[in-house]
Design a protein around this ligand. Structure first.
Ligand code: CAA
Ligand code: NAD
Length: 335
């Protein structure tokens, strides 16, 4: 880690070499923004075939950026893409990849045991200055970090999908995370061109704690028929009243004549609440496996909270491998 000062006198910790473990939609996105901002990136996944797809994802996203940035100079756009992709090397060997790394960002499957196993292995091989960060959507950073001996150099770095477009990064510290580590993660997020917010290590941090129960409420609304269930749920569990389900409740009043389709609920939330995507569109975009894993993680930590109840429909779609856009079908069919 090289410490320096930016011209605006804001302390700037420069993390040069970044290893990203997991080359799915999030890992590829994080690799893209890290490479675009001058970092040397090593992207790790379990097979070369997956890594080829990760590079395709990065190229696809960069094409969209280049199309705007170099609208009248397509050759310059090609060059721009090539230069950024060159900053990303790939590997199937996580242990070797972390050895020259200042920061390791993990974006693998949302499973505590698998994340702990990974970090426990990497902890033995990464240099002592290397900071570890998880992009988990819902798991406790403290629980993940407990598998290592570097809990002071461990934090959460939670990006949003699509990483290239979403400006927010949640930076999560545990009671053991050092201030230097937090500062480095906050500075790194700013260098990526993102706006970081500091969060405590609580279920879902800020955004997912609000967003995912809203998505689940939309799914249950659709599953159970609009009116009766919504009133039933709210009267049975008055604690479940919160601003976001209330938005859906207001939507219920405008649909007293019948059940809401997924499409109606999506239109409702886009045109009535100003969301860029409706909850079913967003669930398909995020991945239904992720949504299911998130709500299950919340339930594990707070079993009595009805906001964290599961959904039979969601469970069925995941069991059928209908995970959303990434598998071609979720709540909707995708070409
Ligand atoms: N890479 C690069 N550029 C992209 C892109 C990508 N992956 N996706 C979209 N864009 C760009 C497009 O090129 C387009 O640019 P211009 O307008 O300048 O031409 C712009 O974004 C808009 O794209 P579209 O016209 O295709 O579609 P849109 O207007 O619907 O925007 C969107 C797409 C930005 C994804 C928008 O729909 C959106 O913000 N959706 C909500 C996303 C969201 O809520 N994400 C958070 C999910 S929760 C999460 O991530 C946390 C978790 O742990 C689960
Ligand atoms: P994904 O399924 O698209 O990608 C996960 C990748 O990790 C896969 O390519 C898989 O092969 C790889 N992987 C699994 N185990 C591995 C291991 N042991 N070593 C190396 N690679 C491994 O998932 P995603 O949507 O990118 O989510 C990844 C993480 O980011 C999850 O923790 C998720 O909760 C979180 N997250 C997801 C979103 C989202 O919108 N999808 C947003 C923010 C955070």
């Amino acid at each position: 880690i090289v410490r320096g000062f930016s011209s605006s006198a804001v302390r700037n910790v420069v993390i040069k070499n970044v290893t990203i473990i997991g080359g799915g939609q999030m890992g590829a996105g994080i690799a893209q923004v890290a490479a675009s901002t001058g970092h040397s990136v090593t992207l790790v996944d379990t097979s070369d075939d997956i890594l080829k797809k990760s590079i395709k994802l990065i190229e696809g996203s960069l094409k969209r950026v280049a199309k705007k940035k170099f609208s009248d100079k397509p050759e310059a756009g090609e060059e721009f893409i090539k230069k950024i992709v060159q900053k990303v090397s790939t590997s199937t060997d996580a242990e070797s990849a972390v050895q020259g790394s200042d920061l390791v960002v993990e974006a693998i499957v949302e499973n505590l045991k698998i994340k702990q196993d990974l970090f426990s292995r990497l902890d033995k091989l990464a240099p002592s200055h290397t900071i570890f960060a998880s992009n988990t959507s819902s798991l406790s950073i403290c629980d993940i970090a407990s598998s290592t001996n570097r809990q002071d150099r461990f934090g959460g770095l939670h990006f949003f999908n699509p990483v290239a477009m979403m400006k927010l990064v949640e930076v999560i510290g545990t009671p053991a995370t050092s201030q230097d580590t937090l500062d480095s993660l906050l500075d790194f997020s700013k260098v990526l061109g993102k706006t970081p917010v500091s969060c405590k290590d609580t279920s879902g941090f800020i955004v997912n704690r609000l967003l995912v129960p809203c998505m689940m409420e939309a799914i249950r609304l659709y599953e159970r028929g609009v009116c009766t269930c919504c009133f039933y749920s709210s009267f049975k569990h008055p604690s479940s009243f919160s601003p976001i389900p209330l938005t859906l409740l207001i939507f219920c009043f405008s649909n007293l004549s019948g059940d809401a389709s997924k499409e109606d609920i999506d239109i409702g939330m886009k045109l009535g609440a100003g969301y860029p995507m409706g909850p079913f569109e967003l669930a398909d975009y995020v991945g239904l496996d992720i949504v299911k894993a998130v709500i299950e993680a919340f339930k594990t930590k707070d079993p009595k909270n009805p906001l964290f109840d599961s959904s039979d429909l969601l469970n069925k779609l995941v069991a059928e491998g209908k995970l959303g856009i990434k598998t071609g079908e979720g709540f909707y069919k995708h070409k």
